[in-house]
Design a binder for this molecule. Sequence first.
Ligand code: F6R
Length: 261
Amino acid sequence: MAEVVIVGDREEAGELAAGAIRSLITRRRDAVLGLATGSTPLPVYAALARTLREDPLDVSAVRGFALDEYVGLPAGHPESYRAVITREVVEPLGLDPSLVHVPGDGSDSIETAGEDYERAIVAAGGIDLQILGIGSTGHIGFNEPGSSFASLTRIKTLTERTRQDNARFFDSLDEVPRHCLTQGLGTILRARHLVLLAFGEGKAEAIAAAVEGPLTASQPGSAIQLHPHVTVLIDEAAASRLQNADYYRYTWENRPSWQTL
Ligand code: F6R
């Protein structure tokens, strides 16, 4: 079962996730991070940047793989996930940009981009820690409802609801791409540690379905139930539909002193 930690606010979640990433990099200087975009992981990247400023750590060998990328945006668009990862992760953390990959980068054609990305992840030795957000449709990565639990990186069509959710990053809904390249649920499940974050009432249903609902492709987030090491960091609002919230609080309050995320 996932370890579910109900936190006071997103900053606290950011600190916890940043602590786990820091300790991973301390153990393994060429750690491989799986990087989500969107608003949810921003407190993680901000907390990590802060700790690296206050207490520097060698991050020159840290590698990264973005979860997904839009298809069809003009090159250099500020909302392309390549641009977002550069702005929110690579620059503030001081990572080597040549070690941080986004689906589609360096591929000769869109048809081979998925396979190329899978090969690059395998060549890196796999992802050590994968940061995840969750969409209101229940997607992780951009694996919309119906995605196979065995899926690998490929092109997907975004649902209209996801396009509307993401329209806030663009000038108009028309600008939001209809397609993306995304790590599959199978790709995500191969990462060694999944850290799923969610904040706000709008994510409560998706979190309840992911953590406690039946395992079903109709709720792609439920794929996390197949993974042996998952940490779910959520605020009270995102936890509000969980049946066993009291048990998760009890478990966290009574965690053994040796236990880390
Ligand atoms: C982003 C991603 C998506 C987002 C999800 C939530 O790389 O793969 O699954 O995590 O759409 O988005 P936010 O965090 O903006 O609510």
